[in-house]
Design a protein around this ligand. Structure first.
Ligand code: PEP
Ligand code: CO
Length: 453
């Protein structure tokens, strides 16, 4: 039987285009207007990447995290690249997230919502429009969806055809993610397999002994006649920063069940710290979508900003609708976060609070690398748990930049990555990511903190 098709209210459709009347920060300057029109028309005809029904399930999962009954693990590259959307790289990232999720689930006896910064994270806000190297100034790199990283005029020109490539790369990434997580690879009985292929390090060894315990528990349950259907597959969601209207608008579709608009570019989208102006285009646009959405909050955020954002983005206080992603910096979180969580708590609302311990902890090393100290990342996570414990609110998740590969981009961790090592294994085109071992270590720390929650 076909489900009834509900058309959108004309006012809803007009509302979706209201962003064109508002200031939109961080947008590309496409040189060829006709090409852009053609690209948007093509994008608007391509199939949705995710379905509204999945998005609704995610919203329910996020609601349970906001109520303290689950935990959100969100992670992936700062900027995905077309070149790195290979089977090996995607698998390593998925494996790393699965391993972290097991550490968290086992350590805290809580369901973990797994969400990649993947299959759409191709556009970046930048602090400067240009970049100068040896006297030559060119447009800054804005992510593979906008321009190329190579430092020459042709590569740095904004090219709307890249939006199509971002869509197709997202589609093939998501296809592989779905195959891995639905096709047997994510079966909890493969918990040992996920550790294979990574270089040996103390975090791996610790993981291995945890995997042995899980194995024993599973064998015990099997001997008792337990049914393992629930262990065979896992839900896995994808998310990205909703930055480019020329990508998001054509991929916003009307759900035929309800006649309401959903971003189908990913299950969850967020607004960044640089584009979350109350009267700006991004907040207006996200307010009109049905997806669960996130907003980044930096250290200068005021309690009234947070209350205004809630009223605009979640006026009905719908469970699971809104996630605040705080990125304060290790030295600031203990001063900056309490007033925000207290104001929200006192208003009676229950958004999900998660910590991004990456973006407030950037440094530039003496040898010129953009880096982060692993100790600062860990300290911000600790601060996040402390603040929520003191306020009686729920620390419900983490948002991190990571890769499954053996890179050296963040300093420290049990492998003691130092500045000299950055010169050998630094690959990120944007922000520095935790490598596989640092990601696992972080998961163990969070599991301990969660155990106490
Ligand atoms: C990001 O998540 O890569 C980012 C740019 O973060 P923020 O908006 O918090 O600066
Ligand atoms: Co980043």
């Amino acid at each position: 039987m076909n489900e009834p098709v509900v058309a959108a209210d004309p006012a809803v459709m007009a509302g979706l285009d209201n962003y064109v009347n508002l200031p939109a920060a961080q947008q590309p300057t496409w040189p060829d207007a006709q090409k852009l029109i053609d690209v948007k028309a093509e994008l608007s005809k391509l199939p949705p990447l995710v379905f509204a029904g999945e998005v609704d399930i995610l919203k329910a999962r996020i609601a349970s995290a906001a109520a303290g009954k689950a935990f959100l693990l969100q992670g992936g590259d700062c900027a995905e690249t077309f070149a790195d959307a290979t089977a090996d790289r995607i698998r390593n990232r998925v494996k790393t997230l699965l391993q972290m999720a097991v550490v968290l689930t086992y350590g805290a006896s809580l369901p973990v919502i797994k969400m990649g910064r993947m299959a759409g994270q191709f556009a970046k806000p930048r602090s400067s429009n240009d970049e100068t190297r040896e006297g030559v100034t060119l447009p800054a790199y804005r992510g593979d969806a906008v321009n190329g990283y190579d430092f020459d005029e042709a590569s740095r020109a904004h090219n709307p055809e890249r939006l199509l490539k971002a869509y197709h790369t997202s589609a093939s990434t998501l296809n592989l993610v779905r195959a891995f997580t639905q096709g047997g690879f994510a079966d909890l009985r493969s918990v040992h397999e996920w550790n294979r292929g990574f270089t040996n390090n103390p975090a791996n060894v610790r993981y291995e002994s945890l995997a042995k315990e899980i194995d024993r528990a599973i064998k015990f349950m099997a001997a008792c006649g337990a049914d393992f259907d629930a262990l065979k597959t896992t839900e896995f969601y994808v998310s990205h920063e909703a930055l480019l209207f020329d990508y998001e608008r054509p991929l916003t579709r009307i759900d035929s069940r309800t006649g309401t608009p959903y971003a189908t570019s990913g299950h969850f989208v967020w607004v960044g710290e640089r584009t979350r102006q109350m009267d700006g285009a991004h907040i207006d646009y996200l307010s009109r979508l049905r997806n669960p959405i996130g907003v980044k909050l930096g250290p200068n955020t005021k309690p009234e900003d947070v209350l205004d954002l809630m009223d605009k983005l979640d006026p009905n206080r719908e469970p699971g609708r809104l996630t605040f992603i705080t990125r304060m910096g290790a030295t600031k979180i203990r001063e900056a976060l309490p007033a925000l969580v207290e104001a929200v708590r006192d208003s009676g609302a229950q958004p999900l609070w998660i910590t991004d311990p990456m973006h407030g902890n950037g440094i530039t090393t003496k040898n010129g690398y953009k880096s982060r100290r692993f100790d600062d990342v860990m300290d911000e996570v600790r601060g996040f748990f402390e603040v929520h414990r003191a306020a009686g609110t729920i620390p419900g998740g983490i948002h991190i930049e990571l890769t499954g590969d053996d890179v050296a981009e963040c300093l420290g961790g049990s492998e003691h990555i130092d500045e000299a090592t950055l010169e050998q294994r630094y690959e990120s085109l944007c922000d520095p990511r935790l490598n596989h071992s640092q990601s696992l270590e972080l998961a163990f720390l969070v599991a301990e903190a969660l155990g106490k929650r």
